[in-house]
Design a protein around this ligand. Structure first.
Ligand code: CMP
Length: 146
């Protein structure tokens, strides 16, 4: 078991639908710990920069437009295999698939379309490091002491 940190975003659809608590609860029930958290409303430039890896793909512009429709919660989750665990708890990227394959996942329960899919989670240790640094300075992350 490796203790890892990963970035989680509760997207504008899930924030707008008042599912912050449900989503945080899913992470905590699975044993992941929140070691940093803040709410912010992304600018277009921030959303474009965060998702720069997808630039040029057909869903890039709708994705950026959606991500700036309302506030998001950005969090650092910590725990054993946190990167894979977070992705398991989120479910498949497309909620239609999530509803079939992982009906108890966040996206199965709280999302309906691939464009508005409730949560984002880092997909590798390298991405996690970059994505955490995108939103949090070291001093904003609070290692658990108890
Ligand atoms: P996320 O994990 O935030 O990473 C990129 C987002 O683009 C993804 O979730 C989806 O919400 C969105 N998206 C829309 N269409 C696609 C697609 N065909 N493949 C991957 N991501 C997509």
């Amino acid at each position: 078991m490796t203790v890892e940190r990963t970035l989680s975003i509760i997207k504008p659809d899930a924030v707008g639908n008042n599912h912050i608590g449900d989503i945080v609860s899913a992470f905590e029930k699975a044993g992941l710990k929140i070691v940093a958290c803040k709410m912010l409303h992304l600018s277009k430039q921030q959303a474009e920069e965060f998702y720069a890896v997808h630039k040029g793909r057909p869903f890039f512009t709708p994705l950026v437009d959606f991500m700036i429709t309302g506030p998001v919660m950005v969090m650092v989750l910590e725990g054993n295999n946190a990167i894979a665990e977070n992705r398991r708890i989120m479910g498949e990227t497309n909620p239609v698939q999530a509803k079939e394959k992982s009906p108890h996942s966040i996206r199965a329960k709280f999302a309906n379309t691939i464009d508005e899919n409730a949560v984002h989670g880092s997909d590798s240790p390298e991405t996690a490091q970059t994505e955490i640094a995108f939103f949090f300075k070291n001093g904003e992350i609070c290692p658990r002491t108890r």
